[in-house]
Design a protein around this ligand. Sequence first.
Ligand code: ADP
Ligand code: MG
Length: 463
Amino acid sequence: MPHVTLKEITEQWPVIQAEVREKFELLDLTYSTWIAPLRPFSLKEKTFVISFPNDSDNEDSASFITLHLTKKYSVCFQIVLEELFHDSFEIVFTIAPENRDHVLFKKQPEEKDLLSSYSTTKLNPRYTFDEFVVGKNNQYAHAAAISVADKPGMEFNPLLIYGGPGLGKTHLMNSIASYIKNNYPEKNVIYMTSEDFTNQIVTTLQKRNQDSINYHRNLYRDVDALLIDDIQFIIGKESTEDFFFHAFNYLYENKKQIVLSSDRPPKDYANLEERLRSRFTSGLTVGISFPDYETRMAILERKEATSGYSVDNEILRYIANHIKSNIRDLEGALNKIHFYSRLHPNTTITPEIAKSVLIDYINPDEDTLTPEQIVNAVADHFGIRPQDITSKKQNRDVVYPRQITIYLLRLLLGDLTLQKIGEFVGGKDHTTISYSYERISKMISSDESVRSTVELLKKKLKN
Ligand code: ADP
Ligand code: MG
């Protein structure tokens, strides 16, 4: 990999700041005080100097500032840079008289490059297809994203990806945009959030003149692919909806690719104009749901590998077992462990330490389900004895409940290995266990009564 230049870091600076903020969960005030004012200053060998603007000549405060920054944030920047550029840097903070770049960063883009400013600065280089772990929860969204990236405007138009927070929508959208850019350099790709879209319109409308409005209406003329993230935020904003409708129709009629993401399926929008709803759903709508244990582990392992972290497997399993509904939190927990170990290089992270480090993510007193509880619940449901399930018996009224048990053990207690489950249910080998699991998985999708039995048991066990 060629050496990273100051220019490259500067181009990615907003992304780097955002990553530091998100990864280390900085409060707004902390971020705006300490991180937002920072600018890349110089890069020599592997020493990266970051400047903080000074507004006083007080040397004491200057040294306090650099000391504080070094103590609190140098490792944060190191981690983020390592991840983005696969290279390690020594971070030095300095106080710079007047920040040379300050103006540059603040400058509002001219109208003519309004769009091109969105086409490069907004993409996070970490969010690519290569870094996206495919699981049962996102395989359709992933497949649709690939096919749209490969043949923009040809296959699924618009593509609407929906799913709860932290499940990978932005990652997929960025992957599509980067892929098109890399493979079809002649194509004009715009990725923006619906907030960017709205802000643009507000700026346009403030000008209060028809030229500016017409200009905006034509803004999307040369775009080949428009990706708008978190489209739910434009809903109910009347004039924004109107501009959006306009842009949408133009692109759609000209067979330009549109990709939208949303935190919920379109049917759940109470007051979405009908004309928009029907357009949203006129192409392909795909959901991303919660990742299962295996996918969660795979994401943690991938993350560990790409970031060069080295975290004990037991701790990865602890994280994967407890953080189930948000991949951002999953990564956040891993980052926190990594961050801790960077700050305490001579400490081995035991499960006890991990628990206390992750206290904001995982409630350590949270009742964790035991295999016995699962067996008891299933036995109770089918009116048999728990010992029957854990015995070697093969009669029919035991085999099916046992398979249900195996399914639930595997689903709900991700850290149990196939072997362990096998031992637990009467000494079966691991192929029997995976066979039973697959069988029940298939039956759930084909047989309503199996599905409702499993749902019922899951509900019982969650309380
Ligand atoms: P959303 O936009 O749905 O709220 P993001 O795309 O921002 O979620 O994802 C949150 C974090 O989780 C990001 O850091 C992203 O890289 C990561 N992530 C989400 N899904 C996956 C996946 N399938 N594989 C790897 N990382 C993922
Ligand atoms: Mg997002």
